[in-house]
Ligand binder design. Sequence first.
Ligand SMILES: Nc1ncnc2c1ncn2[C@@H]1O[C@H](COP(=O)(O)OP(=O)(O)OP(=O)(O)O)[C@@H](O)[C@H]1O
Ligand SMILES: [Mg+2]
Length: 122
Amino acid sequence: MRHHCSCTERCNKRHYNNVAEGQSPSTNLQGDIEFRGVHFSYPSRSEVSVFNGLDLVVPSGSVTAVVGASGSGKSTLPALLMRFYDPSSGVLQIDGTSVRDFSPQWLRSHISIVHQVPAQWP
Ligand SMILES: Nc1ncnc2c1ncn2[C@@H]1O[C@H](COP(=O)(O)OP(=O)(O)OP(=O)(O)O)[C@@H](O)[C@H]1O
Ligand SMILES: [Mg+2]
């Protein structure tokens, strides 16, 4: 169950009442990633469409570079994968299962991310 935050200022996140809710498979992730027809806007900027029917397949074990202008949606990809937000429509699957079926907590414990902080590579 999730609800929208009641604060009115700049808060734009959907909060999950229970990030453990959903499947937490004991089997290992294979890691096949598939975005099919994904539409998404951030809740606080619903007038701006970040993805308008995105299709992207990243097979397990492959290396994929996503390149695009600032603001084109690169960082939004992992945010959707880890369910900080859910797409408004379309399908986002890992190993053939919709990420909506997995608990956010489980997803986040299986995905690593290195942020674009230049100080990490002095
Ligand atoms: N938390 C947020 N709330 C509202 N809009 C957001 C939020 N995060 C990103 N956006 C908007 O969503 C769009 C995609 O942003 P995103 O951060 O995914 O781009 P990016 O390709 O990673 O850019 P950069 O190369 O600067 O890192 C932009 O228009 C951005 O302003
Ligand atoms: Mg980014």
